[in-house]
Design a protein around this ligand. Structure first.
Ligand code: HEM
Length: 206
């Protein structure tokens, strides 16, 4: 529970920040949204959970980062409990089945501009959710062995990111340009960035 509940959220926050730093327009738009929603209370340190509902673009940014970087890319292995026919293949009982959520999220036959970071694709649609409503998008897995912590993960991701983006403006170190920041993946069960993400946080000027 501790591993599943902490490392996952931390890795996802890094990926969201990586993509926002690589896409300054999305960064501008999400910060504007958060600052507008919080409004006059912006000097308050803590964002109320009830405000998150209004941060539609932030949610789309998180969904899009998880499409490109599902941090458990092969989900948790399954075992077929009965003999099964699937798309012409016979899968005998007892077969270990790995679901490639990474490939589903990047398949150009399933997604327009599959390799591009485009949060707008998740705006104004209820076709996708974190529970696996649509099999093209499975960052939290699906079914009875799907992620047990979706509710907590959603709130944690939104609160932490909204707070970081409300109170700080973010820059790359040493004059690095957005296109120079890599998105190389490390390896493991939970996929983090290969190299550390180093950013400069500047307290927001009110
Ligand atoms: C961004 C955050 C998170 C992501 C992307 C994530 C993703 C996943 C994925 C892909 C699985 C495997 C699902 C499958 O194979 O169908 C999983 C399982 C699991 N997750 Fe999460 N998770 C996150 C946060 C959390 C949190 C916060 C908790 C608990 C507080 C948690 C608890 C679990 C547990 C217990 C399982 C195993 C469920 C089982 O095998 O029955 N996760 N998670």
């Amino acid at each position: 529970m501790f591993g599943a509940g902490t490392d996952t959220t931390f890795a996802t926050i890094e990926w969201v920040m990586t993509e926002l730093m690589r896409h300054p327009n999305a960064m501008r738009r999400v910060q504007e949204e958060i600052r507008e929603v919080v409004g006059a209370e912006a000097k308050e340190e803590i964002i109320g959970e009830e405000k998150l509902e209004e941060m539609k673009y932030l949610r789309a940014v998180i969904m899009e980062a998880l499409r490109l970087h599902p941090i458990v890319p092969l989900l948790i292995p399954r075992e077929a409990s009965v003999d099964t026919q699937l798309q012409g293949y016979h899968i005998p009982k007892g077969t270990r089945v790995l679901v490639n959520a990474w490939a589903l999220g990047r398949d150009p036959k399933l997604w327009d501009k599959a390799d591009e970071f485009c949060p707008e694709r998740f705006l104004n649609t209820s076709a996708f959710d974190f529970k696996g409503k649509d099999f093209r998008y499975l960052p939290f897995g699906v079914g009875r062995r799907g992620c047990a912590g979706i509710g907590m993960a959603e709130v944690t991701l939104e609160l932490v990111l909204a707070t970081l983006l409300l109170h700080f403006d973010w820059e790359l170190p040493d004059g690095m340009r957005a296109e120079e920041l890599d998105a190389d993946e490390g390896h493991g069960i939970v996929i983090h960035r290969k190299s550390k993400l180093v950013l400069v946080a500047k307290p927001r000027r009110h």
